[in-house]
Every structure is written in structure tokens, then in C-alpha cells.
Design a protein around this ligand. Structure first.
Ligand code: NAD
Ligand code: DAU
Length: 362
């Protein structure tokens, strides 16, 4: 393993950094010189090394192929690179896949987080002051741990009781509880963020927004589960990355922070919005992309509404989302139109198998 060239900036061990949010975070971290980065990723189907191609000659970025379940490997990386923070993005993340095959969600999201906590604790306990006081373990989690809201319910706060409804949400909730326990029991300086639905460049096209863009460009149906009136709160990924960095620098240890876009949308509205953007950017004679919309059988246990109350991070850390949904969605569609090679490289046979498994019988 080569040595990372360390400047006078901190070093972060990022896990799952070849996925959607992790890769956006790493690109932002290197562009803004937030940190030197070691990226530990198992390279599951959801990852794409092309996302980080621009860092291939960056001496302050280093990639390690490996699993967060591998305690010895994580220990070795921590000893070798002596990071100032561990940021855990690594996870299985797609709710529909967790319904078909929950095993890997338990293995990575629960057991993997446990192994990462154990290795981080062992490393942190041997650090000397002030490196020990300054160390942080930041766990990236989701609003799905709070369950489902009715139309008039108040938005999720940090003290909303956990009520996960899918195997994915339950695995993330378990991990959050483990992280909390390592702070309370061992004093490990942990932080947790619970964020709403992200969108933007580099998202794997199994999730609603990139799937809709890809299918619409290929003239395929745009599948909408149930009546399309389920609500999600959409946040541009760059705003999420800024929030993560802020929590890392200024968050109170042992605490969790909700992050959201103040942008509740029905799924149908999101898909219609994408269709009208594509009618402008990729017009076809006498054809409206919305004619591809198809209502299909609902997701089992489908949460009706998510909404995030992000007053804690906005009041205590002065964070607000910068991107509005119209400009963010337009940027996102432009990105996919301009990055067809990236898209093609992830739409392999494995991807086609998933599309068949999830959509064929609905
Ligand atoms: P993603 O599915 O795009 O990427 C996950 C990455 O983790 C992949 O690169 C994969 O190879 C890696 N990985 C999986 N298992 C691993 C293991 N055992 N060891 C090492 N690496 C492993 O995920 P994402 O959408 O970027 O989400 C990142 C984090 O943010 C997750 O923890 C997720 O729960 C959370 N989150 C996501 C959203 C969202 O809307 N996407 C919203 C809130 C929170
Ligand atoms: O809320 C944060 C969560 O957002 C993250 O923790 C998850 O990792 C991330 O995948 C996302 O979960 P969702 O289930 O909300 O995202 P998804 O893109 O799968 O679906 C968004 C909504 O769109 C949801 O209500 C289901 C619906 N949907 C999704 C797909 C893939 C459809 O109607 N049709 C589809 O084909």
C-alpha cells in the first residue's frame, strides 16, 4: 500500500466512497481541500470507479478495495493512515432489493457498521491527546428509520421515535443504535446524520430519479408504484455533502442531526417534472415523455410520506440547502444527458437482471 502524501489538512477514512453520495462527498472534499481521503469500498453493483476518475493522479486520494466487515483490514488502514475521522457511507441502500434479499443488508449495514465501530474504537483508544479529542466517527443514516407519516403529521425530528418499516430501514436503525451505544458506553466521539432522499449526478439508475431519466431517454415505460401519491423530501446531493462536512467540524459529539431539502414532492410530480424537462432538452416529434408513465403494483410496506424537520442543523450549525428543486433537477437531467458513457457502464447484465426481477411481475 502506497503512502498518502499528507498536507496540513485532516485525513478522512471514507467507507462506501465509490457509491453515489460518497463519491460526491469525496470529489467535493478534494476540490475544496477539506481533507486527504482514504476510500474503502467493496465495489458492489452500486459502485462505479469512473465516478472518481478525475482523482486518479491526486496524491492525496487513495482507494482501498475491501469490506467494512474485514476488521483486520480496517485496523491496518487506521494504523497506516491515522485518519482524523471515519465517515461511514458504506451500505446496501435500495429498499426494493432489501425486500427481495435482506441478508446483505444485515451483513453490511448492521454487522459491517459494528466491525467498523470496533476497529475505530481500538484505534481511537490508543491515540494520544489532542488527536484523541479531535477524532470523530460520523455515521451516515437515513430518515427512513423514523417510519411513515400521515399527511398532516409533523415532520421527523431528532427525537421522533424510530419505527422502521423495510428491512433496509430496520438495518439502518440497528446501525444507528449501535453507533449511539458506542458513544454512551465507550465514549467514542460519534455523530449521526439522518438525511432525506438525495438526487444529483452519479446516482445508480435503480433509484426513482435516474431510473426515470434513463427509461424516458430509451422510450421505456416509467414505472410508478401504487397511486404515485407517496411523498419524499428531495435534497440535492451537494447540499447533503456540505451538511456532512459541517456536522463533522461543528456537530456536538453523541448527537444526531436531521438533514432535509424542505421539498416534499409526490412521486408522480417528480416524474412529470422530469418528463417536461426532457420534452425541452430532448424533444421528439408529437411525443410527450409523460405518455410513458405507467402505474404498477405497489412496493410492499411502502412508506406513504417522509418529511424532515431540519431546524436543529439550521439553527445550531447555520446550514440551509442552497439548491432549489427546479434548478437541481435540471442540473441532474443535464448531467445524465452529458454522461451517457457513465450510464452505459453501469447498465450491464447484472443491472438488466435486477430490472427484470423487480419489474417483470408487477
Ligand atoms: P450507494 O448504494 O450508491 O453506494 C453504497 C456504496 O457502499 C457502494 O459504493 C458500495 O460498493 C459500498 N459498499 C456496500 N457494502 C460495502 C461493504 N460491506 N464494505 C465496503 N463498501 C461497501 O449508496 P448512497 O445512496 O451513496 O448512500 C450512501 C449512504 O447514505 C448509505 O449509508 C445510505 O443509507 C445513506 N443515505 C442515502 C440516501 C439516498 O437518498 N441515496 C439518503 C439518506 C441516507
Ligand atoms: O429517504 C432516504 C432514502 O431514500 C435512502 O435512505 C435510500 O437509500 C434511498 O434509496 C431512498 O429510498 P426510497 O425508497 O425513497 O428511494 P427510491 O428512489 O427507491 O424511491 C423513491 C420513491 O419512488 C418511493 O416512494 C418509491 C417510488 N418508486 C421507486 C422506483 C424505483 C416508484 O414509484 N417507482 C420506481 O420504479
Amino acid at each position: 500500500m502506497a503512502n498518502l502524501k499528507i498536507d496540513e489538512i485532516p485525513t478522512f477514512l471514507v467507507t462506501g466512497g465509490v457509491g453515489f453520495i460518497g463519491a460526491n462527498f469525496i470529489l467535493q472534499a478534494r476540490q475544496s481541500k477539506w481533507a486527504n481521503i482514504i476510500n474503502l469500498d467493496k465495489l458492489t453493483y452500486a459502485s462505479n470507479l469512473q465516478s472518481l476518475a478525475e482523482l486518479q493522479n491526486d496524491p492525496n486520494y487513495y482507494f482501498v478495495l475491501g469490506d467494512i466487515n474485514n476488521y483486520e483490514l480496517v485496523q491496518y488502514i487506521l494504523q497506516q493512515y491515522r485518519p482524523d475521522a471515519v465517515i461511514n457511507f458504506a451500505a446496501e441502500t435500495h429498499v426494493d432489493r432489501s425486500i427481495f434479499s435482506p441478508q446483505s443488508f444485515i451483513q453490511t449495514n448492521v454487522v459491517g457498521t459494528f466491525q467498523l465501530l470496533e476497529a475505530s474504537k481500538a484505534y481511537w483508544q490508543k491515540l494520544t491527546s489532542p488527536k484523541q479529542e479531535n477524532f470523530r466517527f460520523l455515521h451516515i443514516s437515513t430518515d427512513e428509520v423514523y417510519g411513515s407519516l400521515n399527511p398532516t403529521d409533523p415532520a421527523f425530528r431528532e427525537d421522533t421515535p424510530y419505527a422502521p418499516n423495510s428491512p433496509y430501514a430496520a438495518s439502518k436503525a440497528s446501525a444507528d443504535h449501535l453507533v449511539r451505544s458506542y458513544y454512551h458506553t465507550y465514549g467514542l466521539p460519534t455523530l449521526t446524520t439522518n438525511c432525506s432522499n438525495n438526487y444529483g449526478p452519479l446516482q445508480f439508475p435503480e433509484k426513482l430519479i435516474p431510473l426515470t431519466i434513463l427509461n424516458a431517454l430509451n422510450g421505456k415505460t416509467l414505472p410508478i408504484y401504487g397511486d404515485g401519491q407517496n411523498i419524499r423530501d428531495w435534497l440535492y446531493v451537494g447540499d447533503h455533502c456540505d451538511a456532512i462536512h459541517l456536522v463533522l467540524k461543528e456537530g456536538l459529539i453523541g448527537e444526531s442531526y436531521n438533514i432535509g431539502g424542505l421539498n416534499e414532492q409526490t412521486n408522480l410530480a417528480v416524474v412529470e417534472n422530469i418528463c417536461s424537462i426532457l420534452d425541452d432538452l430532448s424533444p421528439k416529434d408529437n411525443f410527450k415523455h409523460s405518455s410513458l408513465i405507467t402505474f404498477i403494483k405497489d412496493r410492499p410496506g411502502h412508506d406513504r410520506r417522509y418529511a424532515i424537520d431540519c431546524s436543529k442543523i439550521s439553527q445550531n450549525l447555520n446550514w440551509q440547502p442552497k439548491e432549489n428543486f427546479d434548478s437541481g433537477l435540471l442540473k441532474t437531467v443535464h448531467w445524465y444527458l452529458n454522461n451517457s458513457a457513465w450510464l452505459e457502464s453501469v447498465c450491464t447484465g447484472t443491472y438488466q437482471n435486477w430490472i427484470q426481477q423487480n419489474y417483470e411481475s408487477r
